[in-house]
Design a protein around this ligand. Structure first.
Ligand code: GTP
Ligand code: MG
Length: 138
């Protein structure tokens, strides 16, 4: 059993897609063991996306992530990290497989509806950045 960290991004919360996206995650066999709606601060976004700080889209990405509330979640399941990335689809919705969250809902490569951790180490870091151990109810 593995845990991963997910964000339902501003483009999706704004369009009332929190439930539809969560349903897709659950249908894929992922269990939501923690969930909260927050408004990210610019500092939180910059720290969270620190690995991308030298990319040309960094400023736009951080502004986007603070533009509307997001829903941060911890997902649990067999191979949760890979399973989540599979159901999310490719970063650019134009490349995302049919039926994936990004194929169905994302607006662009930037406004792409969801985030998912890419490895066990980043999953652990990202979970700890937004949740205390007491908030994870498996
Ligand atoms: P995440 O789960 O969000 O990390 O997606 P990813 O791993 O598929 O993408 P990556 O880590 O490469 O990029 C992180 C996020 O930066 C993406 O999800 C996009 O929201 C944003 N991003 C990536 N490339 C671009 C780009 O070319 N333009 C803009 N505006 N945003 C981008
Ligand atoms: Mg990534």
């Amino acid at each position: 059993i593995q845990r991963t960290f997910s964000i339902i991004k501003p483009d999706a919360t704004k369009r009332n897609l929190t439930g539809a996206i969560t349903a897709k995650l659950e249908e894929a066999g992922l269990r939501v063991i923690a969930s909260k709606r927050i408004r990210m601060t610019l500092e939180q976004a910059q720290t969270f996306y620190g690995v991308h700080k030298d990319r040309p889209f960094f400023g736009e990405l951080c502004e986007f992530m603070t533009s509307e509330p997001v829903v941060v979640q911890v997902l649990e399941g067999e191979n949760a990290i890979a399973k989540n990335r599979e159901v999310m689809g490719a970063t650019n919705p134009a490349d995302a497989a049919p039926g994936t969250i990004r194929a169905e809902y994302a607006l662009s490569v930037g406004e792409n509806s969801v985030h998912g951790s890419d490895a066990p180490e980043t999953a652990a870091e990202e979970i700890a950045y937004f949740f205390s151990g007491l908030e994870l109810v498996g």
